[in-house]
Ligand binder design. Structure first.
Ligand code: IDP
Ligand code: MG
Length: 151
């Protein structure tokens, strides 16, 4: 089993639309384990570092303004292939191209307000988790449900 951790974040539009519980609940019901959670307004410098790969692109400044415009729900989720599983549950970057049943497909209308972020690789996840959480904020624990989730 490839147990991974991934960084997932309900963006300011998801918070404002009251979708934190709905989104977190989907991940919990799927079988992902909550390892850390934080409700915060992201400082501009942290946002620029988090989205560093997009620096120089046309949407970068708007993205930074948007992601720092209000609180986000930041979390770390753990499970078998957690990075890909969460990306699949999120849907495509453009919500209009996202399948129904995905978070963006069910709740979003435009790319600039696509509700959720999820790490795109195990390396990105490590980098992003370390930006938002201290090592001691990450919980390691056994859930009794694990034995009814994995063979
Ligand atoms: P991802 O969130 O699906 O990984 P990325 O390509 O990494 O997508 O882009 C990061 C975020 O930047 C997107 O989720 C979206 O909020 C924003 N973004 C990307 N492309 C555009 C665009 O063309 N217009 C406006 N915002 C964009
Ligand atoms: Mg991305």
């Amino acid at each position: 089993m490839a147990t991974e951790r991934t960084y997932v974040m309900v963006k300011p539009d998801g918070v404002q639309r009251g979708l934190c519980g709905e989104i977190m609940s989907r991940f919990e019901k799927k079988g992902l384990k909550i390892v850390a959670v934080k409700f915060m307004v992201i400082p501009r410098s942290v946002a620029e570092s988090h989205y560093g790969e997009h620096k120089g692109k046309g949407f970068f400044n708007g993205l930074i303004s948007f992601i720092t415009s209000g609180p986000v729900l930041a979390m770390v989720l753990e499970g078998d292939n957690a990075v890909a599983v969460c990306r699949n549950m999120m849907g495509k970057t453009n919500p209009q191209e996202s399948a129904p049943g995905t978070i963006r497909g069910d709740f979003g209308m435009v790319t600039g307000m696509n509700l959720i972020h999820g790490s795109d690789s195990v390396d990105s996840a490590k980098r992003e988790i370390s930006i938002f959480f201290k090592p001691e904020e990450l919980m390691s624990y056994k859930r009794s449900a694990d034995e009814w989730t994995y063979e």
